[in-house]
Ligand binder design. Structure first.
Ligand SMILES: [Zn+2]
Length: 129
C-alpha cells in the first residue's frame, strides 16, 4: 500500500482563513475504491472553531458541508436543467445551505429541486430560495 497525503483547503464553504486538512488515501486501490481518510487539521476557520469540534469530528463537519454544497448544486442543476454556475449558494448562521437560481425558474422547478434535496439530505437542511 502506498499512501499519498493531500492538503485540502476548503476555500468556498469555509470563510478565511479557510479550514485546511491533511488527508490520506491508498494509491494502489483502483479509482472508485479509494477512500480518503482524515489525518490531521492544519487550520480552522472561525465558523468551525466556534463549534468546539476537533479532529475527525471537525473534519466530518467541514468536509460534510462542502460535500453537501457540491452534491446539492449538481442535483439542482440536473433537475432544473440549468448549468451549475447559474445558482448562487451560501450557508447561513445556522449552517443551513441556501441555493438560489440566478435566473427565472418556475415555482414547480423550485419545488422539484427542494423535494429532491429534502429526500437527499433530510427536510430543512437545504433551502431553495
Ligand atoms: Zn471551516
Amino acid at each position: 500500500m502506498r499512501f499519498k497525503s493531500t492538503l485540502w483547503t476548503i476555500t468556498d464553504s469555509c470563510p478565511p482563513p479557510h479550514c485546511q486538512f491533511e488527508t490520506e488515501c491508498d494509491e494502489d486501490l483502483p479509482q472508485g475504491e479509494k477512500v480518503v481518510t482524515y489525518k490531521r487539521t492544519h487550520r480552522v476557520c472561525p465558523i468551525h472553531r466556534a463549534t468546539g469540534l476537533t479532529g475527525q469530528e471537525l473534519y466530518d463537519r467541514a468536509a460534510g458541508e462542502n460535500t453537501r454544497k457540491s452534491f446539492a448544486l449538481a442535483l439542482a442543476s440536473e433537475i432544473s436543467g440549468l448549468p451549475r454556475d447559474r445558482f448562487t449558494w451560501g450557508y447561513d448562521d445556522q449552517r443551513l445551505l441556501h441555493i438560489s437560481p440566478k435566473e427565472d425558474t418556475t415555482p414547480e422547478q423550485k419545488k422539484l429541486v427542494q423535494n429532491a434535496l429534502d429526500l437527499q439530505f433530510g427536510p430543512s437542511k437545504t433551502i431553495v430560495d
